[in-house]
Ligand binder design. Structure first.
Ligand code: IPD
Ligand code: CA
Ligand code: CA
Ligand code: CA
Length: 276
């Protein structure tokens, strides 16, 4: 599948920022690390990557708005799409010298009636250290470069490898996560916590993982990844089972049978109607 103009713009921005991240990786003493919460870190590398992506995307589409993890929301023409950007997903890994982090860029279109934001129509997750670009466009499928992606065909929990994200100090609900983990853990072949939600979802789209759940996410963590999963034939919902146009906060994902089995276990763990 030939890359569309839009995906080419996203890939160029991600590759340019990824080059900066590759240079900064391992240089933690020069990265001016600060905290946004007790254990929520941000560094010069996050900000520089975000600036690079912003400059590239703005040049390509001057009237589109932005939702940027670090700089916040920048309004554009409300009739035009907007970019949703996580310039460095996996900051903790990055700052600890763990080679597992990504850049996530998505495009969300405005609703036709002008009543807010609608579907995510394109997404790219770029992993600088492996030079892999996972990309998807609405109704054009999910791809790793020019190879079509499909979610895995595993149908039983006992053969499924599940990714998740855990709460950390000052962020998330340890009690809730532990209840879900206790329900899902004994049923599955394995659980992984790699520390970059966008890659968890991209790897699910690629059939490397079979399922995923996490709470307390943000649109920049999930916008591209959820489109990748859907375009790879997978299912994504919140903990109530709703398939929202942009996934946010709570996400449970998988191929058809595993999404519903994971969702059922999760709802059971949180006792049905009391799910937040
Ligand atoms: C984090 C990662 C992590 C997830 C956290 C996110 P950041 O993003 O995606 O996997 O568990 O909830 O905040 O801060 O490294 O961009
Ligand atoms: Ca962050
Ligand atoms: Ca993130
Ligand atoms: Ca980030």
């Amino acid at each position: 599948m030939a890359l569309s103009g839009l995906i080419r713009v996203m890939e160029r921005a991600a590759r340019k920022a990824g080059g900066r991240l590759r240079r900064d990786f391992g240089e933690v003493e020069h990265l001016q690390v600060s905290r946004k919460g007790p254990s929520d870190f941000v560094s010069k590398a996050d900000r520089a990557a975000e600036r690079t992506i912003y400059d590239e995307l703005l040049q390509a589409r001057p009237d589109w708005g932005f939702v940027l993890e670090e700089a916040g929301e920048i309004e554009g023409d409300p009739a035009k799409p907007r970019w949703i950007v996580d310039p460095l997903d996996g900051t903790s890994n990055f700052l600890h010298g763990i080679p597992h982090f990504a850049i996530s860029i998505a495009v969300q279109e405005p609703k036709l009636d002008g009543s807010g934001w609608g579907d995510v129509i394109a997404g790219a997750v770029y992993q600088p250290l492996t030079d892999e670009t996972f990309w998807a466009e609405k109704s054009r499928g999910a791809w790793l470069h020019d190879a079509r992606l499909r979610v895995s065909g595993r149908r039983t929990l006992s053969e499924a490898l599940i990714a998740t994200g855990t709460p950390f100090q000052g962020h998330g609900d340890f009690g809730e996560w532990t209840r879900i983990f206790s329900a899902i853990g004994p049923q599955v072949a394995g659980i992984r916590r790699y520390g970059a939600a966008s890659l968890d979802l991209a790897w699910l789209a690629a059939g490397r993982f079979d399922g995923f759940w996490e709470s307390d996410l943000s649109p920049w963590d999930t916008a591209a990844g959820c489109l990748l999963v859907r375009e790879a034939g997978g299912f994504v919902s919140d903990y109530r089972g709703r398939s929202l146009p942009i996934c946010d906060k709570q996400v449970v994902a998988g191929n058809d049978p595993l999404h519903s089995r994971l969702h059922k276990l999760l709802v059971g763990a949180l006792k049905g109607p009391e799910v937040k």
